[in-house]
Design a protein around this ligand. Structure first.
Ligand SMILES: [Zn+2]
Length: 174
C-alpha cells in the first residue's frame, strides 16, 4: 500500500514543487537581467500574439531617458525596428504573416535604475494553422548587445518555454 501511494502521489508532489516557485515570484519590472529579454507568446491556430520586454541596456546600452540627440535617435531607431515584428520574428516552415497590430515603446523610470523596451504584436499567419512550427528571431542581428530571449508561450493551449540565444536563435513551438 505504501508503495502504491508513493507512485500515485509523487507526480502530483513534483507538479506542486515545480509550480510553486513560479507563482511565488511576481515579475518586477526592475528585476530584469541585463542581456536577457522576455517574450510571451500565444499561438492559437493562425493567430499569434506576442509581448516583448527587453532591458534598455540590451538595445541602446543605457537605462534612463535619452539625454543627447544621439541617444534620442538610438531610442527612435530601436522603436522603429521593434515596431516591425516581421523583421524580428519568423516561422519555419516559411509563413507569410499579416501584422494586425504592432506597438513599441521605451519606458524609463527616474526612480528606478532600469529601463525597458516593450512591444506587443498581433499577427495572422495562415500557414501556422497545422503541422510542425519553429519560431526564429532576427533580434540578435538587429541589436548586437542582446544575448538571450526567454520564451513563455501557449501554443494551441499547450505551454511551451525555451530560450532563444545569439547562438541558437530558433526553437520548436509545435
Ligand atoms: Zn536594467
Amino acid at each position: 500500500m505504501v508503495d502504491l501511494n508513493c507512485r500515485l502521489f509523487l507526480p502530483l508532489a513534483l507538479m506542486l514543487v515545480s509550480a510553486s516557485p513560479l507563482s511565488a515570484q511576481p515579475r518586477h519590472a526592475e528585476a530584469h537581467v541585463h542581456g536577457t529579454g522576455l517574450l510571451m507568446m500565444v499561438v492559437d491556430g493562425s493567430t499569434v500574439s506576442i509581448e516583448l520586454t527587453i532591458p534598455g541596456s540590451d538595445i541602446v546600452g543605457f537605462e534612463r531617458q535619452a539625454t543627447t540627440p544621439e541617444e534620442q535617435s538610438s531610442v527612435e531607431n530601436a522603436i522603429a525596428t521593434l515596431s516591425q515584428p516581421t523583421g524580428l520574428f519568423a516561422f519555419t516552415p516559411d509563413t507569410a504573416c499579416t501584422v494586425k497590430a504592432a506597438t513599441a515603446e521605451f519606458r524609463a523610470h527616474d526612480d528606478h535604475h532600469h529601463a525597458e523596451f516593450t512591444a506587443s504584436y498581433a499577427l495572422d499567419c495562415p500557414g501556422l494553422a497545422a503541422g510542425d512550427v519553429e519560431l526564429r528571431t532576427g533580434l540578435f542581428d538587429q541589436f548586437n548587445r542582446a544575448e538571450a530571449l526567454n520564451v513563455d508561450g501557449l501554443v494551441d493551449g499547450v505551454a511551451q518555454s525555451g530560450t532563444l540565444t545569439r547562438q541558437q536563435p530558433a526553437m520548436t513551438l509545435r
